[in-house]
Design a protein around this ligand. Structure first.
Ligand code: AP5
Length: 234
């Protein structure tokens, strides 16, 4: 693998793209926030970027909203423009964690070109393999801090004070697309359009898999082990 990671404790550096691949509710956002903190690289959630466009009522947000409301994917050309813009910002120069991108084969192929152009080489792709049965519970129970984005779950990972973030006291909100009927559409979209990327990246020998049905901290350990092993060229 052409990626370069320095795993020295407390000062880890990452000079590559890390891609988290997995269905809605697999825990990509939860783990991406942790990796971002440990490695000091940006957590790039294309879902969060789109929700930001919607709240700012941009043209992109206007086009994305009806698709997201029914769990469908946003067209590739809109996604690629948004991602390429974000990667041109200086904080992405030394690597980043993608959560929710790429999601189609054209997105994956175009991302390969962008990464080569930016001198970042092959990505490390971590597949979050998860038991689908638990996904509805995870997603309907999810609450997200409106200030810092910390992710909770009212059933399994509740805040200390109901409705308030433990870290900054921000109001916890529920995403519009975390309704059971929309969740089913999102899972279908994943199976049809995104799951083929598992094979694509396995064929390129950059895919690693974690058991994302496991306890959150065990998943974190597995992800960190993969990133450390990549540094040693394993
Ligand atoms: P996006 O925002 O990316 O949503 P998603 O992929 O459906 O993933 P989620 O954010 O729902 O789940 P997650 O895996 O991050 O889980 P989380 O860590 O939060 O996309 C939304 C929409 O935007 C798409 O439907 C599409 O329309 C559009 N879009 C985005 N990117 C696009 C692209 N590239 N192309 C086209 N369209 C795009 O965890 C979920 C819950 O589970 C939380 O409550 C958490 O506490 C809990 N949890 C996490 N891990 C565990 C664990 N190990 N055990 C128990 N509970 C856990």
């Amino acid at each position: 693998m052409a990626s370069t990671i320095d795993p020295s404790v407390g000062k880890r550096t990452l000079r590559c793209a890390v891609i988290f691949l997995g269905p809605p509710g697999a825990g990509k956002g939860t783990q991406a926030r942790r990796v971002s903190q440990v490695y000091g690289v940006p957590h790039l959630s294309t879902g969060d970027m789109l929700r930001d466009h919607i709240s700012r009522q941009t043209e992109l947000g206007r086009q994305a909203k009806p698709l997201m409301d029914r769990g469908a994917l946003v067209p590739d050309e809109l996604m690629l423009g948004m991602v390429d813009d974000r990667l041109s910002q200086p904080d992405c120069a030394n690597g980043f964690v993608f959560d929710g991108f790429p999601r189609t084969l054209p997105q994956a192929r175009d991302l390969d070109v962008i990464l080569q152009r930016r001198g970042l080489g092959d990505p490390i792709v971590i597949h979050f393999a998860v038991d689908y049965e638990g996904l509805i519970r995870r997603l309907t129970g999810r609450r997200t801090c409106s200030i810092g984005g910390e992710i909770y779950n009212v059933y399994d990972h509740p805040p200390k004070v109901e409705g308030k973030c433990d870290q900054d006291g921000g109001e916890l909100i529920q995403r519009h697309d975390d309704q059971p009927e929309v969740i089913r559409g999102r899972i279908e979209a994943y199976d049809r359009q995104t799951k083929p990327l598992v094979e694509y990246y396995a064929g390129r020998r950059v895919l690693r898999t974690v058991d994302a049905s496991a306890d959150m901290d065990l998943v974190t350990q597995a992800v960190m082990d993969i990133l450390s092993a990549a540094a040693l060229g394993k």
